[in-house]
Design a protein around this ligand. Sequence first.
Ligand code: SF4
Length: 216
Amino acid sequence: MTHRKPRPGTPVPDLLPDRPTLPKVRDVAKDCKACDLYKTGTQTVFGEGPSRAEVMFVGEQPGDVEDLAGHPFVGPAGKLLDRALAQAGIDRSLVYVTNVVKHFKWEPRGKRRIHKKPRVSEIKACRPWLEAELRAVKPSVIVCLGATAAQSVIGPQFKLMANRGTVIPSPLGEQVVATIHPSAVLRAPDSEGRKQAYDSLVADLKVVARLLRKPR
Ligand code: SF4
């Protein structure tokens, strides 16, 4: 597939193809420069998974490993998510994973690239990619990983720790469940904190597993 490279600042809706199939949308997203994050990230890290996945997991943004690999959730947090999904009884191969922002935003700390939270304007600029993914995949359940994803999908007033693990409708989907981002488990200060955070993640994912088992 070929298309003309967009100028910096061209908004995402102007890039979307007439018939926005997932492969076409993924292809044009490679050249997105709708916000300045294309300058910090190595490449667009688009969502991946079955084109008709029953469940779509939405995180904040690709991390350091994902940025270099060009694939979402393949770093340490992704590996932890894989383990939590297996424990909750969700088949990882049936899951579509993506992020609300598709380029890695970071700041240097010594030789390391440290995650930096995206601005509201960056999340807004990138949102049409997520909406296009949702229109194409049509998952019956959306799972938001972390507050940034949850506030983007459910609404800016959403309080993650008060409402995590419950089924909430949103403008983007009838069944949305929010939980912590797996990187929050890795960031817990000690092994007891990590265990508690991990167990709570698995408990929320079991809510998702039950939704997926429900007959439609
Ligand atoms: S973060 Fe999103 S909107 Fe910004 S350049 Fe990357 S793909 Fe485009």
